[in-house]
Design a protein around this ligand. Structure first.
Ligand code: SF4
Length: 416
């Protein structure tokens, strides 16, 4: 932890504890861990929000208080984080789109609103709205409004179709953060990867509009290819993003969630993950934009992979999956009880210290055998073969240590 960051962060920390007095009841080991984690980032004030980065609610918000109360102290078994697809429509056709093979009967707005209410009741404090292109849902402002207040709402968008008026409406509805996708600093590379001429320019226009609307944390999200990491192009990419005047670079890497990406040459290695963590930390030691690499948050030294446990994904058709990158469906909110589906899912996903899909894509490949996604029965068969490893540092502190285990046997999970 750098002294510079401790000093820089100390003033907001007084405010954070002031708005979350129950924080003082959190165990000293967890507080120490969180302090160390936070020291990797600058705490910034955007509008009225005190923000570490956009994967956590603002630290002075009602959503963060709920995180402290419900998850750190009361140990609720519900999800803290969820992503909901609010439309599957999208003008772009990204090479690596994890939604490409999902299909069904789209949720209507009433179902989306009910799902969000249920997720909040279960413990959700951070909601990512995704798609398809979520801006194509005509009710997006109402959806944001329904979730915000005591839940941090983040939008993931290509920027297509945004207007300044819509950006202002979203800000007033309580949107806390937006990530506009930008995969490369070269226009032709971005457009080619998205198979959409003009994608790059629309993204830049959208970033400007969100910045002009004000009061929203504006980030750029990038899905880094292994090639970019191996060729040391990430620094150059970050310099470009920083020049756009955004608050954060939200980095993740290509995940093997679809057939085209089931290759050892495309999946990131542990050494490459560490390289990106070092790059993030180096960058954040300066005073520029925040770099937030998800592989750090989800790494063994931090919070680990919480797919299906503290994280859940409901796609635009209502299918419930452990996370956006896992094409495993354990139920559907249009026909099943979401709390029941999630409770069963959680039994099979005890969390571990590495990315579930990076580790198990070969098993996924074996069980997919021509299918587009795995339904519940196939998912449970696959899970019979999954060997879960140890816990991340945070989860070991939170839950106590655990020996590596396999998922519960299928007969048990189905109550047979
Ligand atoms: S499977 Fe990978 S991408 Fe999904 S939540 Fe776990 S770490 Fe994140």
């Amino acid at each position: 932890m750098s002294v510079k960051n401790v000093l820089h962060n100390s003033l907001p920390l007084v405010e954070i504890v002031g708005s979350n007095p129950r924080m003082l009841h959190v165990s000293p080991s967890i507080l120490w861990f969180l302090n160390g984690y936070m020291s990797k980032f600058h705490i910034r004030r955007i509008g009225n929000s005190v923000i570490l980065h956009s994967h956590l609610p603002p630290l002075n918000s009602a959503a963060y208080s709920r995180f402290v109360n419900e998850h750190l102290l009361d140990r609720t078994t519900g999800p803290s984080h969820a992503q909901v697809g609010i439309t599957n429509a999208c003008p772009q056709r990204c090479e690596y789109c994890y939604n490409r093979n999902r299909q069904g009967h789209a949720m209507d707005t009433e179902t989306i609103l009910k799902t969000i209410r249920q997720l909040k009741d279960m413990g959700m404090v951070w909601l990512g709205l995704t798609g398809g292109e979520p801006l194509l849902n005509k009710d997006i402002v109402e959806i944001v409004e329904s979730a915000s207040g005591d839940c941090a709402v983040k939008l993931f968008t290509t920027g297509c179709t945004l207007t300044l008026e819509k950006a202002s409406q979203l800000q007033k509805a309580g949107l806390f953060s937006v990530s506009v996708s930008l995969d490369h600093w070269r226009e032709e590379v971005h457009d080619r990867g998205r198979r959409y001429d003009g994608a790059f320019r629309e993204a830049l226009k959208a970033i400007d509009m969100f910045r002009t609307a004000g009061g929203i944390q504006v980030s750029v999200s990038a899905v880094l290819s292994r090639e970019m990491i191996e060729n040391d192009q990430v620094e150059e990419y970050l310099d470009f993003i920083e020049g756009l005047g955004v608050h954060e670079a939200w980095l993740s890497e290509v995940k093997p969630s679809i057939e085209a990406l089931w290759s050892e040459n495309l999946v990131i290695t542990e050494e490459q993950r560490r390289k990106l963590v070092r790059l993030q930390n180096r960058h954040n030691a300066g005073s520029g934009m925040t770099v937030n690499y998800l592989g750090h948050f989800e790494g063994k030294e931090c919070f680990g992979c919480n797919a299906g446990n503290k994280m859940v994904y409901i796609d635009a058709f209502g299918d419930v999956s452990p996370c956006v990158f896992t094409p495993l469906n354990l139920g559907n909110v249009q026909t099943d009880s979401l709390p029941a589906v999630f409770a069963e899912m959680r039994e099979h996903f005890p969390t571990e210290d590495v990315c579930f899909i990076n580790k198990n894509y070969r098993l996924l490949q074996k069980h997919m055998a021509g299918k587009k996604t795995l339904g519940k029965a196939d998912t449970l068969m696959m899970l019979d073969e999954v060997q879960f490893g140890g816990l991340s540092r945070f989860n070991a502190l939170h839950y106590g240590s655990r020996t590596p285990q396999v998922a519960p046997a299928r007969a048990t999970s189905t109550g047979e």
